[in-house]
Design a protein around this ligand. Sequence first.
Ligand code: PLP
Length: 372
Amino acid sequence: MEFRKVSDYHPPKFASNLAFVPRKRVKLATLPTPLHKWNLPGVPDGFQLYIKRDDLAGFFLSGNKIRKLEFLLADALDKGCGSVITCGSFQSNHCRATAVAAAQLGLDCHLLLQSKTMTVSVKGTKELTTNPGNLLPSIFCGSQLYFVPVDELDFKEREEKLAKSIEHSTGKPAYRIPVGGTNSIGVFGYIEAWNELMSQDGFDKIDDIFVATGSGGTLLGLCIGNYLTGQKIKLHGISVGFVKDYYHDHANVILRELNVTEKRSEELVDITDDHLGGGYRKTMLDDHYFLQEVASSTGIFCDPVYTGKALKGMLAEMKTNPSRFQGKNVMFIDTGGTIGMYDGSLQTCLDGTFTKLAHTWEDPSDDPQPIN
Ligand SMILES: Cc1ncc(COP(=O)(O)O)c(C=O)c1O
């Protein structure tokens, strides 16, 4: 498949009987992503940890969202749309990936971003009064940004209004992508990822898989792959923001749309909402130091909102609840999110470690001096 070229899509054999299969796919991600053992300190004896590096699926296009966008944006182009509209939190990885992918494909991008502070602050200042994180690539790629109240969960009315006005002004329809890119099209990103995993060395040993779960499309795609191929790996989702019923309700709707009616999501995946911390995007300084430990001991970066929370949750389950696991070979999917680490939320932790590591050294004939 050529990069950025829309092609006909032929699903893996195991998925070919689903009630719905996308017609098109556009190659955006750098695939396959590596799968390897991960010697992470803190993993209890007996467990062998593996990591699937979906954070390496690209740079600004990194992470799990890009796999979904290969199908969603191909559908947009196939339908003759000239722009895309999507939504998320103001530091959404999904929105950033959509902005970048849209720019690569020549689509205009409109992002509805939930933000209490931005809705208030942009009124007065006309300046970006926050550390940009994911906003930097979105702005550089020319996406229109609409800051909406943080407690708004249903964007339908705004999206319809926007879609109408875009079609009126450009003469082309706008394509609407749901939160997190999770629907019966986007879910094919991780049905395909399952196909990729099945051909990778080490996958035959895996007993359990863990993944951070937000809108649920990543876990659901894996779950469909696992079920239809009869692999019987135990799939675990660590919810980062919502109670588990939110995930199951949404997943069951998509399973029915795909005509997987003999099983319910509750039977296919183990999802826990015990590691939400203070809620979506809420983390403590301890969590930030945990991310630093992971990076300094293994050179792999987790973000505070998704992968860090999920990894910490998985380690807690290994220690306190080993019977939750089907076996000892556990794969963690690194779904990316590293660009969000530049949103300023890690500053206190960064400052704390900086003072321990930094030296001044003006004159080469002197010795370097610690700054604290
Ligand atoms: C880095 C990262 N990991 C995991 C997730 C969760 O994926 P999903 O929405 O498919 O559950 C997201 C969602 O935004 C994400 O940005």
